[in-house]
Design a protein. Sequence first.
Lengths: 310, 310
Amino acid sequence: MIIDKLIENVVRSKNHSVIGLDPRLEYIPQYIKEEELGSTDGYAKGVANSFLRFNKELIDSLYDIVPAVKPQIAFYEQYGPEGLRCFTETCSYARSKGLIVIGDVKRGDIGSTAEGYSDFFLGAKEYSAATDLITINPYLGTDSIAPFIKDCAQNNKGIFVLVKTSNKSSIDIQDLMADGKKIYEHVADLVVELGRAHVGNSGYSFVGAVVGATFKQDAEKLRRQMKQSYFLVPGYGAQGGTAQDAAACFNKDGLGAIVNSSRGIIAAYQSSEFKDRFNEGQFAEAAREAAIKMRDDINQELQKQRKIAW
Amino acid sequence: MIIDKLIENVVRSKNHSVIGLDPRLEYIPQYIKEEELGSTDGYAKGVANSFLRFNKELIDSLYDIVPAVKPQIAFYEQYGPEGLRCFTETCSYARSKGLIVIGDVKRGDIGSTAEGYSDFFLGAKEYSAATDLITINPYLGTDSIAPFIKDCAQNNKGIFVLVKTSNKSSIDIQDLMADGKKIYEHVADLVVELGRAHVGNSGYSFVGAVVGATFKQDAEKLRRQMKQSYFLVPGYGAQGGTAQDAAACFNKDGLGAIVNSSRGIIAAYQSSEFKDRFNEGQFAEAAREAAIKMRDDINQELQKQRKIAW
């Protein structure tokens, strides 16, 4: 089951983080942009080719020390068909390096529409993307999750359902209180119920949850409520979540969560912390150093809390 | 404002419906599939080319009698970059014929991610899709709607926020009761609040709402709650909603809603009602007849209820 394979990757690399491959033009070194945007094939193709070069160098620099990557599709879709080509090629390249690929797509629809999305992201067709797990939006209810689960079971894939997101206004809907429970707790119940039949050897289900690192107490509560669900945890680093916050998303077995960082890793060479030691030609090395620092930060905190997986 | 232009199109065509351009291989006539899938450029490209031919013939047959089309992106994204190319070309072609293009994309994300989606669907860049309005998922709260509204104001675009969807399990989350109101009513409040500053000459806002035709009483309640929001109404026809149900989504001025039908129109030639009179080569004519029937069905019901716009 894919969730067991994710955990294998985590244990092998001794790393609980996932790198968000969220390319933006301002992160791309000047020399790449000059070469790629100067081509005559159109602007979108030039951007897509820039992103692909950037991503491949990042993957080459990171694949032996991280278990997974998470491309956020919006940054690709923005540039249309060429962008989506870059997305699929990025996914394929990451998978060829042994990485688990989490497509952050937040799709949510019903019936044949959900089947269409699922066929692309969780399918086994020649035209399907090389994503292993994707994120799903639950606002439309069970109908909008079930079609994805069917494909997961068939094609060895998985999903993370949005439960409690890391952004400030997640409280607008997710924190409303209904029948003595917050909406995100109702969604958590749904996730538990839908995931129960799909638990792997590791004890975790391929129906996981997105739980932000920015609301620590909510995360602690959800951790107790959803023992068998793996958490995909946004909000660490740039969004203000600390290792201590993220650690709340882990079980006592030292597993149960994979913590995302995007800009803090892929654009590390531009940060005040790294920019004196790395020039833009060394963006991938800076990313590697930032990824090691993040790995150690989380591992140290987990050790302190005696949540130890190895 | 785009919402005024949508209404102009509605009034000119005396038609409150929007045609869902949701192509699936089983709807495509055999002779098109044989020609396009036989090409040597790969399966996905063959499918995309089939869809594009199908869509263009439908648009040619419908553009003078309907105000808008609504391509659901899942059916295109399913086939990767080639599918997305078909989506963008379909949108451009529909717009070139004077149709309003509603991208049913149900995107929902925050910050720079939302900006990426918005730049593609509601942007004015050379690489932006020719969509005039899109659907938005509100589960992440205000943060996930605001970036889209900014682009709408700048580029004369609009959105429909999912409020109460037409599927059976929409009750799972949307009908939970919090502080004396259902979740979808809380979302409706958000939509009203966010849309207030963006009302056009018609009296309607470019921040609209998705309200299903399958829950008539909910629709009546929402209609009262959201007087200035245009409703995009799924669920008519194939999903079981009647003209009477859909009419609940209209205001007394005979406006306020645009009713979608997809399969019932674009695959009409396969339906028991039309298949004796139309062969597959006449799929576009069958679609036209089905569209006229739907137009008249809704208009008659509105007249009966004295909700008359012309």
